[in-house]
Design a protein around this ligand. Structure first.
Ligand code: AMP
Ligand code: GLY
Length: 431
């Protein structure tokens, strides 16, 4: 079978790499792909991003399955379009993807279905939003409603920060967030204390298969300081998700979400990612939903997945996920993101990258997934986006996986590269 992966990041490189290892897969096309998918064995890039052009390509090439990495094409309705044209695709429809694309939709949905999350209120009027902050005080969280690549959230430790965030998001819209119909809107939330984890499941609209647990590091600097990013590294499993927490997440969050979406006529088919906040008592609450795999969570999860990914995705598109049980490498996987100079505010493009291992070089306990890279005309590999590489490795413990990942990273160089030295610290240092 020929398969198509839509997207160009580290997550899509990991999806393509894993699918290329499936015995039933002949070729994996990645649209548009990156400098890593360009040279990955069994994988080919296709320079397409337009949704209709992708559907035409899938039809012409007789693609047996398309899987979508990022949120933007999902929110733009790629799944609806492919399905209308009789093409097999794994991902949520545009209506179901609102769990991610509209924070207000997600919060109202959670309220309707009693899914634990922070209390919230939505505002389009700045004066009313300011009054809400005066009434509730800090710490408090201000979020832009719409896709903001993880940057539309201010966790305000003081009321002044919250007021400034409201002015930025509602009045000036300095983030340039792509708002949903109805103009700019903010969601103001109760601050939740605890430890975060990423809980990702595959759903066929009715049944659910949980992937392994993971945790990412959202802040740019060591010690979880500095601005939020898309994720500077990840590891799996996440020790904070104990068997008891896992059972509660399934019962209190995942199952009611899948049942609720189905009951409302917008069944959720695809990867559902619940960003969790787990408090000191082990009570999980939902920070946010994403309608896709996480990045860099996908890189560490797919390193650990022993089962055939194609089998999982085909079963999911046929409503047969109740038949699937996944096998995982019992080792830890840990990935360190190398980001471009100036990331996250103004990443520099064009820096030449050296020191990478060949894509199929042994040993096989590590892999460098590419995110923002391109192969230039002269054959050199260059940075082309904020997150450039995700250097990922397996190890018997979180500590050993970390050691291996940093060993792999050591020879890799590009001007201005930024990476954290403490990925996995919560799984390694005693809590
Ligand atoms: P989001 O884009 O909604 O995932 O938010 C980005 C980050 O902001 C999360 O990963 C959390 O670290 C933090 N955050 C968001 N909402 C809350 C909340 N209600 N309480 C505490 N931290 C939050
Ligand atoms: N790593 C967080 C995300 O993919 O949203």
């Amino acid at each position: 079978m020929k398969v198509l992966v839509v997207g160009s990041g580290g997550r899509e490189h990991a999806l393509a790499w894993k699918l290329a290892r499936s015995p039933r897969v002949r070729t994996v096309f990645v649209a548009p792909g990156n400098g890593g998918t360009a040279t990955e064995p069994g994988v080919r890039n296709v320079p397409l991003t337009d949704l209709h052009a992708l559907a035409d390509f899938a039809r012409a090439e007789d693609i047996g399955l398309t899987v979508v990495g990022p949120e933007a094409p999902l929110a733009a309705g790629i799944v609806d379009l492919f399905q209308a044209r009789g093409l097999r695709i794994f991902g949520p429809t545009r209506a179901a993807a609102q769990l991610e694309s509209s924070k207000a939709f997600a919060k109202d949905f959670m309220q309707r279905h009693r899914i634990p999350t922070a209390r919230h209120a939505s505002f389009t009027d700045a004066a009313a939003a300011h009054a809400h902050v005066r009434e509730h005080g800090a710490p408090i969280v201000v979020k832009a409603d719409g896709l903001a690549a993880g940057k539309g959230v201010v966790v305000a430790m003081t009321a002044d920060e919250a007021h400034a965030a409201i002015d930025d998001m509602l009045a000036a819209n300095t983030l340039g967030v792509q708002h949903n119909a109805g103009g700019s809107r903010v969601v103001i939330e109760e601050f939740m204390a605890g430890e975060e984890a990423s809980f990702i499941v595959a759903s066929d609209g009715t049944h659910v298969v949980a992937l392994a647990t993971s945790q990412d590091h959202k802040r740019i600097f060591d010690g979880d300081r500095g601005p939020n990013t898309g994720g500077m590294g990840a590891y799996s499993p996440a020790p904070v998700v104990t068997p008891n927490v896992h059972a509660r997440v399934m019962r209190e969050i995942v199952d009611p979400t899948i049942a609720g979406m189905r009951a409302e006529g917008t069944p959720f088919t695809g990867f559902l990612y619940a960003g969790l906040m787990i408090d000191a008592q082990g009570r999980p609450r939902t920070v946010e939903f994403n309608a896709r795999l996480g990045d860099p969570e996908a890189e560490v999860l797919l390193m650990r997945l022993e089962s055939d990914l194609l089998d999982l995705l085909l079963a999911a598109t046929e409503g047969r996920l109740d038949e699937v049980e996944l096998r995982w490498d019992r080792r830890y996987a840990l990935g360190v993101v190398m980001a471009a100079h100036g990331y996250p505010s103004s990443p520099r493009k064009g820096d030449a990258i050296t020191g990478l291992p060949a894509p199929d070089a042994p040993p096989h306990d590590g892999h460098v997934f590419h995110a923002g890279t391109v192969r230039a005309e002269d054959g050199t590999l260059r940075a082309s986006g904020g997150r450039v590489l995700c250097v990922t490795a397996l190890g018997e413990s979180a500590r050993l996986a970390r050691q291996r990942a940093y060993e792999l990273l050591q020879p890799v160089e590009f001007e201005g590269a930024q990476w954290r030295r403490d990925i996995g610290h919560r799984a390694i240092e005693p809590r």
